[in-house]
Design a protein around this ligand. Structure first.
Ligand SMILES: NC(=O)c1ccc[n+]([C@@H]2O[C@H](COP(=O)([O-])OP(=O)(O)OC[C@H]3O[C@@H](n4cnc5c(N)ncnc54)[C@H](OP(=O)(O)O)[C@@H]3O)[C@@H](O)[C@H]2O)c1
Length: 260
C-alpha cells in the first residue's frame, strides 16, 4: 500500500483492535514487517491479528498495565527477536463538556491512557531493545493538541502533552531512536463518532479536501515515519487532517470569497 519496505522489522502497535491502530498494523504488515497488536482483550487482539494475517499476533494488554506491557515486550522479543518499531496508538476520551465540569476519575483515565502509557511503553521497549539497537517510535496525538475546541478540552490537553513529550523523548533517546507523532483530524472511527456520525457532510465540507479521514490516511503517514524514508525525521508532529486546521475552506474556495 505505501511502497515502503519494512521487511525484517518488528512493530508493536497498541490499541490495534480497530480504527487507526488496525490500519497501522495492516500498513506495517503490507510493507513486510511483523506486527504485534494489543487490545484490552485477547479475543479482540486475536481477531485483529487474524485480519492482518501473515506473522501478526495479538496480545491482551491494557495500555497502562505495566506487567502486561512488559509481558508483551518479552513475548515480542521471544517470537521475533527485535522490537524496531513502537506505535503508541491506544487512546481514550471518557470526558465531554467544559473542563471544570469533569472529575478526577475522567482526568486520570485520559492522562493515564493518552499520556502515561506512551511514556511507559517507550521506556520498556527502550530498555529491552531500542536503547542498544535503535528504532522508531510514533505517538498518536491529534490536531486537538494544537488548538482549542469546545467540550473536549481534557482530551485535547492530553494530546498537547503527548506532543510535548514526543519532542522531549526525541531529544532524550537520540541519536539511536527517532520519536515522532501524528496529529490526525477527524477520522472515521468509533472513538470519534460523536464528531462526524450524524453530520458527516458538514464536517467533510468544512475542510479543504472535502472529506473526513479514513484510518488508512493515518496509517500511510505512520508507515512513512517508521521507515528509513524518514531516517532524518525526529521530534516531528505530522498533521494529517485534509486541511481541517487551515480554516473553513468553503470561505476560500473559488467564487466564495466574492460571494458569487
Ligand atoms: N478518530 C479520530 O478522529 C482521531 C483523531 C485524532 C487522534 N485520534 C487518536 O487515534 C488513536 C486511535 O483511535 P481511533 O480513532 O482509531 O479509535 P478506535 O477505533 O475507538 O480505537 C481505539 C483503540 O484503542 C484501544 N484501546 C482503548 N483503550 C485502551 C486501553 N486502555 N488499553 C489498550 N487499548 C485500548 C481499543 O481497543 P479495545 O477496545 O479492543 O481494547 C481500540 O483498538 C487514539 O489515540 C486517538 O486519540 C483519533
Amino acid at each position: 500500500m505505501t511502497g515502503l519496505d519494512l521487511t525484517g522489522r518488528t512493530a508493536i502497535v497498541t490499541g490495534a483492535s480497530r480504527g487507526i491502530g488496525l490500519a497501522v498494523a495492516q500498513a506495517i504488515a503490507a510493507a513486510g514487517g511483523n506486527v504485534v497488536l494489543t487490545s484490552r482483550t485477547q479475543e479482540s487482539a486475536d481477531a485483529a491479528a487474524a485480519l492482518v494475517g501473515g506473522t501478526a499476533i495479538g496480545v491482551a494488554a491494557h495500555a497502562v498495565d505495566e506487567e502486561a506491557a512488559q509481558r508483551c515486550v518479552d513475548l515480542t522479543l521471544e517470537r521475533f527477536g527485535s522490537i524496531d518499531i513502537l506505535v503508541n496508538n491506544a487512546g481514550t476520551n471518557p470526558a465531554f463538556g467544559p473542563v471544570i465540569d469533569q472529575d478526577h476519575g475522567r482526568f486520570a483515565k485520559i492522562f493515564d491512557v493518552n499520556v502515561w502509557a506512551p511514556v511507559l511503553w517507550t521506556s520498556l521497549v527502550h530498555r529491552a531493545w531500542m536503547g542498544e539497537h535503535g528504532g522508531s517510535v510514533v505517538n498518536t496525538a491529534s490536531i486537538g493538541g494544537l488548538g482549542h475546541e469546545a467540550n473536549i478540552g481534557l482530551y485535547n490537553a492530553s494530546k498537547a502533552a503527548i506532543i510535548h513529550l514526543t519532542k522531549q523523548m526525541a531529544l532524550e533517546l537520540s541519536p539511536k531512536v527517532r520519536v515522532n507523532a501524528v496529529a490526525p483530524g477527524v477520522v472515521r472511527t468509533k472513538l470519534a463518532e460523536a464528531l462526524w456520525k450524524n453530520h458527516e457532510a458538514a464536517v467533510a465540507g468544512a475542510n479543504a479536501l472535502g472529506r473526513i479521514g479514513e484510518p488508512d490516511d493515518i496509517a500511510a503517514a505512520v508507515a512513512f515515519l517508521v521507515s528509513d524514508a524518514a531516517s532524518w525525521v525526529t521530534g516531528e508532529v505530522m498533521v494529517i487532517d485534509g486541511g481541517q486546521r487551515l480554516g473553513y475552506a468553503p470561505m476560500f474556495q473559488r467564487g466564495a470569497a466574492l460571494g458569487v
